[in-house]
Design a protein around this ligand. Structure first.
Ligand SMILES: *Cc1c(COP(=O)(O)O)cnc(C)c1O
Length: 342
C-alpha cells in the first residue's frame, strides 16, 4: 500500500546508492546504438556519480553516454523535456520522483508510460516521496525503483534501503549477485551455481543488518495503521498552510522570502523550498532557535513538516521566528560558510 507494489516486488536491503548500482548493473544493457543513460541535472549528486561510474564500467565515456536533462527555471524539470529526450539511443532512464531541492513531484506515471512506449527501461529514485506521496509502482509499470528509509519513513539514521523490481522482471539474473539473492528455500544448500530468487529478493546481495531492520519495522507499522492516503492529505494541508504563511508574512520587504516549490498540490512532494539570498546564515539562525531546516545551495531553506508529528502551530511559530531573525539581524552572528552537513 505504501508504494503500490505487489508483495514479491519489494525487498528491504542495502542502501540507496548501492541499490541504484545493483539495479543499473542489471537494467543498463547498452547494445548497438542504444548506449546512453538519461537522467536530469537536478538529481541528488550521488545518483549522478553512480550513473557515471556505471557508464565507465561498460568502457563508455559519461560525457557522451550520460545525458542530463536541464531545468528551464533552475528549480523544476519539465516532463516534456524528459520525454523529448527519450530517443532511440537511450538504453535506460533514471529519474527522481521528487526533486530533493525544490520539492517538485514529477509525473512518474506519464514518464513511465512514455519510456515503455519507446521500450526503454525506467528506474525511479523515490527517496523524497516514499512515505509521504502515494505511488502505484506496479500499475505504472515502472521497471525498478529504490529509496532510503531514513527520510519520511523514519527508519532511523542510516536505516537500510528498499528496492522495487516489477514482477515482469522476476527471474532475471541481477547484475550484482550474492548469496542472499539465491533461491530463498535453498540458500543454505550453498550450491556454486547461482539461481535467482523468484522475486525482488534476487537483488539482495549479502546479509542485511537485522538490528537496523527492527527500527524500520516499528515505523512501517505506524504507516500501515495511518494509511498513505491520509498521510498525504495531512502533508498537503501542512505545506499549503506554510505556503500561505510565507506569502502573507514573509514575502514582503524586509523579509523577501519566496517559495521555490510548485504551488500546485499535484506537483509538490512533502517539503517546501523557501528561497532567500542569505539562506545559508538564516538556516543557521533558525537552527539556533530550535527549528531544524536543511540549507541547500545556493539559496534554499528546506522545511519538511511531517504529517505524524508537526503541528500547524509549529508552522506558525517557525514563520514568526523567521520574522524575528530578520527583524533583529540574528543571522549576522553566523558565518556565510558551509558547515559539514547543514
Ligand atoms: C537521500 C538520497 C540518497 C541517499 O543515498 P544513500 O546511499 O542512502 O546515502 C540518494 N538519492 C537521493 C535522491 C536521495 O534523496
Amino acid at each position: 500500500m505504501l508504494v503500490g507494489a505487489r508483495p514479491g516486488e519489494i525487498v528491504v536491503t542495502g542502501s540507496t546508492t548501492v541499490n541504484l548500482h545493483s539495479l543499473v548493473a542489471t537494467f543498463y544493457q547498452p547494445a548497438g546504438t542504444r548506449t546512453r543513460i538519461l537522467a536530469d541535472r537536478l538529481n541528488f549528486p550521488s545518483d549522478i556519480y553512480a550513473l557515471e561510474s556505471q557508464v565507465r564500467l561498460r568502457g563508455l565515456d559519461p560525457a557522451r553516454h550520460l545525458i542530463l536533462v536541464g531545468s528551464r527555471d533552475g528549480r523544476t524539470i519539465d516532463e516534456v523535456d524528459l520525454i523529448r529526450s527519450m530517443n532511440d539511443d537511450i538504453a535506460l532512464v533514471v529519474l527522481p520522483s521528487v526533486l530533493y531541492r525544490s520539492g517538485q513531484l514529477l509525473d512518474v506515471e506519464r514518464l513511465a508510460r512514455a519510456a515503455r512506449a519507446r521500450d526503454i527501461p525506467i528506474g525511479i529514485d523515490c527517496s523524497h516521496s516514499a512515505g509521504v506521496v502515494p505511488h502505484r509502482l506496479h500499475d505504472w509499470e515502472v521497471d525498478f525503483a529504490f529509496w532510503c528509509n531514513y527520510k519520511y519513513l523514519n527508519g532511523g539514521p542510516g536505516a537500510i534501503g528498499s528496492l522495487f523490481v516489477h514482477e515482469r522482471h522476476h527471474g532475471l539474473r541481477p547484475g550484482l549477485t550474492g548469496w542472499w539473492g539465491f533461491q530463498k528455500e535453498r540458500q543454505f544448500d550453498l550450491a556454486l551455481d547461482f539461481e535467482s530468487a523468484a522475486n525482488a529478493g534476487a537483488w539482495q546481495i549479502g546479509t542485511p543488518s537485522i538490528l537496523g531492520m527492527a527500527g524500520l519495522r516499528g515505523s512501517l507499522d505506524l504507516f500501515h495503521e495511518a494509511g498513505i492516503a491520509r498521510i498525504r492529505e495531512k502533508s498537503l494541508a501542512l505545506t499549503a498552510y506554510l505556503i500561505d504563511l510565507v506569502d502573507s508574512r514573509l514575502s514582503a520587504s524586509p523579509y523577501s522570502f519566496r517559495i521555490g516549490t510548485p504551488r500546485d498540490a499535484e506537483r509538490r512532494g512533502g517539503h517546501l523550498a523557501i528561497e532567500h539570498p542569505d539562506a545559508i546564515r538564516i538556516a543557521k539562525a533558525l537552527r539556533a532557535r530550535g527549528v531544524v531546516p536543511d540549507f541547500r545551495p545556493p539559496d534554499v531553506i528546506r522545511l519538511a513538516p511531517i504529517a505524524f508529528y508537526t503541528s500547524y502551530v509549529e508552522l506558525w511559530d517557525t514563520v514568526e521566528i523567521l520574522r524575528e531573525i530578520v527583524d533583529h539581524g540574528e543571522q549576522l552572528r553566523f558565518a556565510a560558510t558551509r558547515d559539514l552537513i547543514s
